[in-house]
Design a protein around this ligand. Structure first.
Ligand code: TMP
Length: 200
């Protein structure tokens, strides 16, 4: 049986990727997944990861993200793809490279090596980056009850955004950048045109 297609949505907080990822998964009969926190173990990790009142070093943060991912790949993503069902993910390893690597400054080579260990060769066929500037993201976000990442300063989110754009620019075959400032329907149309060319 042919392996299912694996597509990932990435971007800074409030870029609109979750809405688009859920819609694409629904339209394509794919399984929608998200990180961090999409398993019983992951939900516990997500609680710690987002809780701004629990201090955590950047390396600890990275390893907890990777623990969530490793478990998610092994128990959900890989078995689903192996059954021939496509998977659409709201965040995957590029989030760790962008947030913990570019954002927090964790050594990129170390992060890549740890990521390889966590995902065991499970890589997306396509990553859709929904790009918005940090000011637009801030305007969209509810300011109440900010988590560990939402409460980071604008410079952090700028580094994350630039990191995403750099990764996308290095790999045009497997990354696709959409301007996330357009309306939901306009963004959807651009995404559907590009993803329609893939073998679902
Ligand atoms: P979410 O808001 O998309 O559910 O993600 C929760 C936060 O976790 C978001 O601010 C981005 C952050 N994050 C990382 O810092 N590294 C990662 O590897 C992942 C998956 C998420």
């Amino acid at each position: 049986m042919a392996r299912g297609l694996f597509v990932v949505f990435e971007g800074i907080d409030a870029c609109g990727k979750s809405t688009q990822a859920r819609r694409v998964a629904h339209d394509r009969g794919a399984r929608f997944v998200f990180e961090p926190g999409d398993t019983v173990l992951g939900a516990q990790l997500r609680g710690w990861l987002l809780d701004a009142s629990t201090p955590m070093s950047p390396v600890t943060e990275s390893l907890m993200m990777l623990a969530d991912r490793s478990h998610h790949v092994a128990t959900v993503i890989e078995p689903t793809l192996a059954r021939g069902t496509p998977v659409v993910a709201d965040r995957f390893y590029a989030s760790t490279l962008a947030y913990q690597g570019y954002g927090r400054g964790v050594d990129m080579a170390d992060l890549q090596a740890a990521t390889d260990l966590a995902i065991g060769g499970c890589r997306p066929a396509m990553t859709v980056l929904i790009d918005i500037d940090v000011d637009t993201a801030n305007e969209r976000r509810a300011r109440s009850a900010e988590d560990r990442f939402e409460s980071a300063d604008a410079a952090f989110h700028d580094r994350v955004r630039e990191g995403y754009l750099e990764m996308a620019a290095r790999d045009h075959a497997r990354w696709f950048v959409v301007d996330g400032r357009a309306t939901i329907d306009e963004v959807a149309a651009v995404i559907d045109e590009r993803l329609g060319a893939l073998d679902w």
